[in-house]
Write a protein that binds this ligand. Structure first.
Ligand code: AMP
Length: 593
């Protein structure tokens, strides 16, 4: 398949305003791909060179891409920069300058999509001395032989910002249509995806082995399993009722979720984040402990990594734990802020898949596998049969500086990639009004007015994720909680992903000054969830009027982007409705005499 053809499909995707339309375009494109093209084509459409857990980042710096464009088109660097200032999209700049190139286009055969992919991979992997120049040269050569439209997507791909707004669920639905002609096979594909987190492999298996291959998908070491997520309930009574009168209650550690894959024979350990990114190099002490402090030859277990002060017995806040991710000097940090991993689940042991075993059996095995009191420890838990036991345990952990509890259904299997009531969290802040925060996806932004005009940033339009529809539904505008630095940072980040019109997966009634591809998640605090005719979150009819949910007095907290969450991991519409109902219940109880 020629890259030119792919670029044309991408252009169509950018122009489409419905999600179903998007799926049709993707289906048509995937149908045309040969077996060996499927994997690169899927990664490319995700804007990646490999699945996220392989850690092959593309993200070439803007300055560097500008230089390549200058070389490929014969314009000066200043001219490229000037055009970029105008378009706000270096891909479009490349396209326009290629169309009016001062140089003769190098004549060559047309590119195969795979060739572009391989060459981009090579550019990304070039490192060491002189690598900057080599990257500029390689990218310039690629651009010099490409058409203007191809250049648009090559540059965007190189920057790590395709701006297509295609999500994992969208690709899975398209693959389902490729396989069966309808979208209903998606669930089976999703199950396979949940245990390997690699859409490229799913696509490849599908074309090579058909649906049988997908149905027989098994857990394998070093391919991360998509994490199980917790539902929430506000009281111990409701939790126990939901769990059928008996459940496990674990401490909820507010750290960084880590999935640890260990193979003792090759001494290989990999640690993956909740978003399935490779965290291995960030946690050298956990890598060592995973080999030294566990039993068995091969295992996958999950836990929460958190800084813990041995002397005071206090847990450190999440922000301190993730400093590691931001700062270099992991070595020093591991001495200054030693981490512990509190293990709470076992997913694979000595070649055996544990996902379908009941929680209690997985936990018993985990207790056998992890016995020490070193860097890796077991998450603390009790078995409760009364609400009083749950409440007592809750008060106890909160007084130790933890966030709350996670109740677990003793009989439930590990449900990868889904938020289900087999895990229920109850956090410190749930009691009373809406003091819990929500995680929202930025879908647009406003330019500033008054004193904010100088930043070119005045606030955000934010959405929740409707996982049933795979759509982002707006819930609020946010203009409060930003420092000047944050405004500058947001402006810079959002400019890179702004798009001309409302992305197909965004459902909105209001127009921001600029739309952006749903990509960044922020944490927001609000006073209350209310109903509003302006927003599309959970929109339904009430007394003949269409209303959605909205936030009252929203403000951004936590200092910026939640790097550990993807847009599909933001708070869901369903959760907002549940929170709204819980809030109403609390109010009613409060008002009672
Ligand atoms: P939340 O991020 O508020 O949805 O809460 C779920 C998260 O709590 C999980 O993704 C884990 O990172 C974290 N967590 C902490 N302790 C536990 C535990 N004992 N069991 C499960 N998850 C836990």
């Amino acid at each position: 398949m020629l890259f030119e053809e792919v670029a044309k499909y991408y252009e169509k995707l950018e122009g489409i305003s419905s999600r179903l339309g998007m799926i049709d375009i993707l289906t048509e494109m995937f149908k045309k791909a040969k077996k060996e093209e499927m994997k690169p084509l899927i990664y490319m459409t995700q804007g990646m060179l490999a699945p996220p857990f392989e850690g092959i980042e593309i993200g070439i710096a803007e300055k560097l891409a500008e230089e390549s464009i200058a070389i490929a088109t014969g314009y000066s660097k200043e001219e490229v920069e000037k055009s970029f200032k105008k378009t706000g999209d270096l891909g479009v700049t490349a396209e326009q300058l290629m169309a009016q190139s001062k140089l003769k286009r190098m004549t060559k055969e047309k590119f195969e999509a795979r060739e572009v992919f391989e060459r981009m991979k090579k550019i990304a992997q070039t490192s060491g001395e002189g690598s900057k120049e080599a990257k500029i040269k390689e990218l310039a050569e690629l651009l010099a032989s490409s058409s203007p439209l191809e250049a648009r997507y090559i540059v965007r791909f190189a920057l790590g910002e395709l701006r297509l707004g295609v999500g994992d669920a969208t690709i899975l639905e398209a693959l389902s249509k490729v396989a069966t002609g309808e979208r209903s096979f998606k669930e089976k594909l999703e199950n396979a995806y949940n245990i390997c987190s690699d859409l490229g492999t799913i696509g490849e298996v599908l074309v090579e082995q058909g649906m049988k291959g997908i149905e027989n998908f098994k857990v394998s070491l070093f391919k991360p399993i998509r994490p199980a997520l917790a539902e929430r309930l506000p009281t111990a009574e409701e939790i126990l009722e939901r769990m059928g009168g008996k459940c496990a209650v674990e401490s909820k550690y507010d750290g960084l979720r880590a999935q640890v894959h260990v193979d003792k024979k090759s001494k290989r350990v990999e640690i993956f984040s909740r978003r399935l990114e490779r965290l291995t190099d960030m946690f050298p002490e956990i890598v060592k402990a995973a080999l030294d402090e566990t039993k068995g030859n091969s295992l996958i277990f999950e836990g929460e990594a958190i800084s813990y002060d041995e002397i005071t017995g206090q847990f450190r806040p999440f922000q301190e734990t993730i400093q590691r991710k931001r700062k270099h000097g992991v070595e020093e940090k591991s001495e200054e802020l030693p981490l512990h991993l509190f293990a709470f689940d076992l997913l694979y042991y000595n070649g055996e898949d544990y996902l379908d075993k009941p929680y209690e059996e997985r936990r018993k095995k985990l207790e056998e596998v992890i016995q020490g009191n070193g860097t890796i420890r077991l998450a603390d838990r009790i078995i409760a049969t009364t609400p009083q036991e749950i409440d007592r345990y809750f008060e106890d952990v909160v007084s130790n500086g933890l966030e709350g509890i996670v109740a677990k259904d003793l009989k439930a299997r590990y449900i990868a990639g889904a938020r289900k009531f087999s895990w229920i969290k109850m956090k410190r802040s749930y009691k009373g009004e809406l003091t819990d925060t929500v995680d929202l996806v930025i879908v647009g932004y406003y330019t500033g007015k008054g004193s904010r005009a100088e930043f070119g940033f005045g606030g955000l339009l934010a959405a929740v994720y409707n996982d049933k529809k795979d759509m982002f539904e707006t819930i609020t505008k946010i203009g409060t909680g930003f420092t000047e630095q944050m405004m500058q940072d947001f402006k810079k980040m959002l400019e890179k992903i702004k798009v001309e019109k409302k992305p197909a997966r965004v459902d909105a009634l209001i127009e921001p000054d600029f739309w952006v591809v749903p990509k960044y998640v922020i944490t927001v605090k609000a006073d209350e969830i209310t109903k509003s005719p302006m927003h599309t979150a959970g929109r339904h009819e009430e007394n003949g009027v269409e209303v959605g949910y909205a936030l009252r007095f929203p403000r951004i907290v936590g200092g910026g982007i939640r790097e550990d969450k993807s847009p599909e991991e933001a708070t869901t519409t369903k959760e907002i409705i549940e929170m709204f109902n819980q809030q109403r219940k609390t109010k009613l109880t409060d008002a009672a005499p």
